[in-house]
Design a protein around this ligand. Sequence first.
Ligand code: AMP
Length: 376
Amino acid sequence: MPFSTLGLAAPLIAAVTDSGYQTPTPIQIKAIPAVLSGRDLLAAAQTGTGKTAGFTLPILQRLSQKVIERNRPVRALILTPTRELAAQVGESVVKYGQHLAPRLKSEVVFGGVKINPQMMRLRGGVDILTATPGRLLDLVSQNAVKLNNVEILVLDEADRMLDMGFSKDLHKILALLPKKRQNLLFSATFSAEIRKLTEGLLVNPVTVEVAAENAAADTVEQIVYTVNKTAKTALLTHLVKSNDWQQVLVFTSTKHGANRLTEKLNTAQIKAAAIHGNKSQGARTSALAGFKAGEIRVLVATDVAARGIDIAQLPHVVNFELPRSSSDYVHRIGRTGRAGLNGQAVSLVSEDEYSALKLVEKLLGSKIPRQQISGF
Ligand code: AMP
């Protein structure tokens, strides 16, 4: 099925062609016509499914049908849990909107950086605002932005937003929006809390599911290695070398842990680099480029830093530690086995993590096969 059958206008099709996309992904096939028709949307989809284009393209089209030149009130609000995701979504908005005339204005705001430049950038008004919840509320309280003209609201990675404690902020933001609006919600997992949120938010939504609810893609082979905590580095080294893994994304729970592991892998003659919040943007970009080019064999990342990573066909993902939240597990392993290719997700689990493992398995609804390698 070509993009041209989804009802998108020529400038948007041109942007899709520029991006090199041949055909829409399953989520795009369902989401684009639904959003264009003005319906609410509930989508079970994780990173790598093409969800960003799935909501960005139809939003651009709807807003461009009636451009409000005066004051430029925010008409589409996209909320994301992290700054990496906000930045990535913001880039998509610019990329897909580049051929529209007149153009729509967009901005991205997130916490952790100075607020003043963001206030300046919002001054002339913007049509599409991508934001993390806390910083958005700060900007509202300083009168830098008003939300009473929002026509379309997107909650991207809604499960992560709740996991990160944004529930209160979200409800404060919802209270500032006009009652009548279009709502789009994306989430990789559907806990009771997410269900409650969607019930209060969405009116007769079109639902789209690209993977089984709460289930990891079938193309991902999952293995748990039970191991002594102190033997994890040695086991990882052994697995990479004996299986000749060439491109491995390893998750650690702390920045410090990521640095330490990276050093040890390099000492063991496995070329590794770390990316996390304490690294400069330049260091992150070059680590990622090296990884993509095959010069770096192991990329060690924290969950937050990994959000912004987009690598096709990642063959191996390793949980050096299990994540604190089970939905992070699903997000992490969603980075392998993409687009029908087989991937392997390996978790190194020590005794103190058995209860976390149980929670992951409860969310998955199945047990992950255990293995042990003698000597570890
Ligand atoms: P997302 O799930 O939105 O993070 O998108 C994952 C990646 O898929 C991004 O690098 C997109 O540029 C890419 N992508 C989105 N739509 C398509 C498509 N129809 N065909 C090929 N790649 C796509």
